[in-house]
Write a protein that binds this ligand. Structure first.
Ligand code: B12
Ligand code: SF4
Length: 517
């Protein structure tokens, strides 16, 4: 049977990275089946397009995965595919929490023939087998021999055949530039950001987060060897095609067990498996100097930190009191000293937020080494403790907000400001951080760092800008580039000057420039 695994786009932002679940389920599919992947972020498709694809490719089963944010689109695509007579299985965090909605048991239409609840590593082969026999059940839950809910162990992790998978749709280098860029340095003909997990689960239970409920508070890890081998496979592939690869360790808290993270990073270094990587690590775990040294030495370039708020009262409200705003600056300095930078994520619209929260946060951010700040709104995702609290308090304004997804729009009333005020705060956060002037200031503040770093932060800022400001088409990109021409000219001028001075430099040993680790 031919199976299509599809992840919809959200129509607003374009993810820079494909979704791991697709590669994982592909690797777990019994070998007699043929699996095709389409990520809507890389290959946008509408209902007619997917039906055409399914017919032309003779697809017998479609698996759709989606976060809450993409679920409305996922349902529309599923409806179209089912109308064409092809069964649809849905999985992922949203339908796990709202299975009745997907199966049409809560008053609305049915969108899926079957729903895979929770982690589907062990149920997927069974789903495929049932689909082959035309006997799909409504629900598939991971359970043990006694019918008790079960979380898969990651000790026997499948090998994702990164050396063979067709990754054309995930190349971030524009087609036209591919050939020319392949000749630069070690080659930039391809650049892909690949998701990889080294473990699952987070015990912290922050109120707004789906993870503790979904993956459970039992943390499970892959073996170091399996992670290292996967890195080596990716590294070899990038080299063989004169391209670059970066890895996003998607673990919710990559350093949740510091001892184990250090041992993994040491093994990566020992095996020469370093690639540039990004990971999510909570600020409290970055107090450890040795850990930060190992992050840097093993290829860590960016760390995503869920700071959420600079107000301890807000953090206590959402059960994230382990974040200590007083230590944010020290944590970021510690990273920056090793040329590791931070993606700092903030949530506005929390219960203790008042108008002006964006400016107060920005003032604090300006005292830190430049990174990539991102701003969102407190969002009651289904089945989270936050959703339940707001529902009980009668504060939800759009109880099924996901069915009419509106980006950066609140679904409940904050306590100390209006919904509109909260929206304004987010807009201010983004426009103040990603205006051409702000981007120029961030790049200038890194004048003491090698040019590569400044280019890195400049490109990253332009890309992150697109999370909030529409930047999907070529015209939008062109406009952004024109607006940021001053910084581009400066970087080009510095590049030419340093190239020229290198050309006339006498052939005597020079002091080593600061190199990325
Ligand atoms: C990586 C990641 C991202 C990436 C993008 C996704 C990508 N390209 O990988 C980035 C950083 C861009 C991102 C952004 C956001 N993310 Co995010 N992200 C994650 C993260 C950390 C890992 C996802 C992952 O790969 N997990 C590992 C895989 C193996 O697990 P999985 O995807 O759940 O898949 C398993 C099962 O769900 C199931 N399954 C999944 N799909 C399917 C489909 C079928 C057919 C079947 C049978 C089974 C199945 O089988 C898989 C194997 O067991 C998760 C948290 C987490 N640990 O999962 C949050 C998470 C998915 N994100 C979340 C959120 C809220 C967001 C944002 C909205 C945050 C924001 N406020 O801006 C944005 C929105 C992005 C967008 N495009 O619109 C929430 C989603 C909650 C929800 N109810 O939807 C999560 C769960 C984190 C959280 N704090 O609660 N995210
Ligand atoms: S630390 Fe991160 S992953 Fe863990 S519960 Fe809190 S927000 Fe979720």
């Amino acid at each position: 049977m031919r199976i299509l695994l599809y992840n919809p786009d959200n129509g607003v932002t374009r993810n820079f990275m494909p979704h791991l679940w697709m590669f994982l389920l592909q690797a777990l599919t019994p070998p007699e089946h043929d699996v095709v992947l389409i990520d809507g972020n890389a290959q946008p498709m509408d209902e007619a397009g997917i039906v055409r694809f399914v017919r032309e490719q003779n697809i017998g089963l479609v698996g759709i995965g989606a976060m809450t944010r993409m679920i409305a689109k996922a349902y529309r695509m599923a409806d179209a595919i089912r109308s064409a007579g092809v069964p649809v299985v849905m999985g992922g965090p949203h339908v796990t929490e709202e299975a009745d909605e997907a199966l049409g048991r809560s008053g609305g239409p049915r969108h899926a023939d079957a729903v895979a609840l929770g982690e589907a590593d062990e149920t997927w082969p069974k789903i495929v087998e049932d689909a082959t026999r035309g006997q799909l059940k409504d629900l598939y839950a991971p359970v043990d021999a006694f019918g008790q809910s079960k979380k898969p162990s990651l000790q026997e992790y499948p090998t994702i055949p990164w050396d063979k998978i067709n990754l054309n749709q995930f190349n971030l280098i524009p087609k036209l530039a591919k050939r020319a860029l392949a000749r630069i340095g070690e080659g930039w003909g391809t650049f892909r950001i690949i998701p990889m997990e080294s473990g699952r689960g987070c015990p912290y239970g922050c109120e707004f987060c789906t993870v503790t409920g979904f993956f459970g508070d039992s943390i499970r890890f892959r073996t170091n060897e399996s992670v290292v081998n996967e890195l080596l496979l990716l590294k070899a592939r990038a080299k063989s095609e004169l391209g670059q690869i970066a890895v996003f360790f998607i673990d919710d808290n990559f350093a949740i067990n510091i001892k184990r993270t250090k041992s993994l990073l040491r093994d990566i270094i020992a095996a020469g498996a370093q690639v540039n990587w990004v990971a999510q690590i909570s600020a409290n775990l970055l107090r450890d100097e040795e850990l930060v040294d190992l992050i840097s030495a093993s290829g860590g370039k960016w760390v995503f930190i869920g700071m959420e708020s600079i107000d301890p009262a807000n953090l206590a409200d959402v059960k994230k009191g382990f974040n200590k705003p007083g230590e944010y600056a020290a944590v970021l300095d510690r990273l920056a000293q090793r040329n590791v930078f931070a993606i700092t994520s903030f949530i506005f619209g929390m219960d203790n937020d008042t108008p002006g929260v964006a400016d107060r946060t920005l003032k604090e951010i300006r005292t830190w080494p430049p990174g990539l700040p991102i701003f969102g709104l407190l969002t009651p995702l289904p089945a989270t403790p936050l959703y339940k609290r707001l529902e009980v308090a009668g504060r939800l304004t759009r109880t099924k907000h996901w069915l009419e997804f509106l980006p950066f729009t609140m679904a409940h009333t904050p306590l100390k400001m209006s919904i509109d005020e909260a929206h304004n705060e987010v807009r201010r956060g983004w426009s103040r951080s990603y205006s051409p002037e702000a981007i120029e200031a961030a790049v200038d503040s890194l004048n003491h760092k090698p040019l590569g770093y400044r280019i890195n932060i400049f490109i990253a800022r332009l890309c992150f800008r697109g999370i909030y400001f529409p930047q999907l088409g070529r015209f939008a990109w062109l406009k952004t580039i024109v607006e940021n021409r001053r910084t581009i000219f400066k970087l080009v001028r510095q590049g030419l000057t340093s190239g020229l001075s290198a050309a006339v430099r006498p052939a005597v040993p020079q002091p080593a420039p600061e190199q990325p680790h």
